[in-house]
Ligand binder design. Structure first.
Ligand code: PMP
Length: 406
């Protein structure tokens, strides 16, 4: 008889990674110094591996809002939104977000991941979902939990998407259709081709949803995300965002037509069977939203930093792909080399994240760096310096700088 636990005992990859010192996960942070630097194992290192894009988790106004909410409402709501877990604060956040995002309505959900799971409630057995193959795991699971049929298209390959839409139009003309894509892809920071997606959606009668986890608060003149960036807000039916990134909190939002949001509010299992966002997380997201609206200079600084880092890495000969966001991937290729690169960075005082399959395709391992509006130029120059030294040592970049780069 086999034992269900056997796979855990004989899990070789984990043991090898631990034994060789190439295990990069679950690193415990002992102290945070304004979020841009942290202490790990007693050493202070520069953090370029967080999604705290605007650096607001360390903002005194956001912290104070969280503390006040705890004092007023306690530490938890101890129940789901549907029953005892709705505070006036949740409603205020939803109304403010709907207004900010230019949408009829919004619902806030306890985590970003659960927000995408909530999608499953509107995807029925007669619907077809067209999904980018690199979509975030939470979208993959949200679609998987539904009864809809999923058709995956190759990453940002919209000819492939059109073929799938065409086939569906011929074979299943009556099916409801929706195209679901990350606005900004989480590992490589590239943006979806929303203009072409919208064109295809209109041609084939499909709805469009974007996951703006990495673009809300970052892209667009007002920080409303991918659809604002492309001037296609009206053409994008549903927009999802998370509060764990620019909003310096925890939770997620879905916004769109009020009847759709109302349906999700009542039918989604990740909403009605899970405790609501805590008072502190709602209050900090609300305060962050206020700051995002009032201080566009933070967004401008963040995008300047992103450009500085892209240009800096490229000048050294690193490949940073096609990202235009503060997610700057440094392509390494080989998985073991990627782990070695990560360890050298860690030892030299830089916190960055190694990304390996299945998060990226085989042979495309990378070091994912991501920046905050509150990083100083001094910190960033130090990061570039350390990357250059390690890149040369591990033969990822040439010993001398290329004379030109694109
Ligand atoms: N969507 C995307 C694109 C993400 O990158 C993430 C998390 N990194 C999520 C959804 C889930 O959000 P959260 O971590 O806030 O639950």
């Amino acid at each position: 008889m086999s034992d269900v636990f056997e796979k855990c005992r004989s899990w070789k990859d984990y043991r090898i990674a631990k034994a060789t010192g190439l295990y990069p996960y679950y690193r415990a942070i002992e102290e945070s110094y304004g979020a841009t630097e942290v202490q790990i194992e007693g050493r202070r290192i520069i953090m370029v591996g967080s999604n705290n894009y605007l650096g607001l988790s360390a903002d005194p106004r956001v912290k104070e809002a969280a503390i006040k909410a705890v004092e007023r409402y306690g530490t938890t709501c101890s129940g789901s939104r549907l029953l005892n877990g709705t505070l006036a604060l949740h409603e205020e956040l939803e109304q403010r977000l709907a207004k900010f995002l230019n949408r009829e309505a919004a619902v806030v959900i306890s985590t970003g991941f659960q927000t995408n799971l909530a999608l499953s409630s509107i995807l029925g057995r007669h619907d077809i979902v067209f999904a980018d193959r690199q979509n975030h795991a939470s979208l993959v699971d949200g679609i998987r939990l539904s009864f809809a049929t999923e058709r995956k298209y190759r990453h940002n390959d919209l000819e492939h998407l059109e073929q799938l839409l065409q086939q569906a139009a011929e074979k299943e003309p009556k099916a409801g259709k929706i195209i679901i894509t990350d606005g900004v892809f989480s590992m490589e920071g590239d943006v979806c081709d929303l203009p072409r997606i919208v064109e295809l959606a209109q041609k084939y009668g499909a709805r469009v949803m974007t996951d703006d986890a990495h673009s809300m608060g970052v892209l667009g003149e007002k920080g409303r995300g991918t659809s604002e960036y492309f001037g296609l807000e009206k053409e994008t039916d549903l927009v999802m965002g998370t509060f764990s990134k620019s909003f310096a909190s925890l939770g997620g939002v879905l916004s769109g037509p009020s009847d759709v949001i109302n349906y999700i509010r009542h039918k989604s299992r990740s909403v009605i069977f899970s405790a609501s966002m805590t008072p502190a997380t709602v209050a900090s997201a609300l305060k962050a939203l206020e700051i995002i609206e009032a201080e566009p200079q933070r967004r401008a600084r963040l995008l300047d930093i992103a450009e500085k880092m892209h240009n800096g890495f490229r000048a050294m000969g690193f490949d940073t792909g096609v990202s235009v966001t503060p997610v700057v991937p440094v392509h390494i290729g080989d998985q073991v080399k990627c782990f070695r690169f990560w360890r050298a960075l860690h030892e030299a005082g830089v916190f960055a994240n190694p990304v390996i399959p299945p998060a990226v395709e085989a042979g495309h391992a990378l070091i994912r760096t991501s920046y905050m509006a509150t990083h100083t130029d001094e910190q960033l120059d130090r990061v570039l310096d350390i990357f250059e030294q390690i890149g040369k040592k591990l033969d990822v970049i040439p010993q001398t700088r290329p004379s030109t780069y694109t």
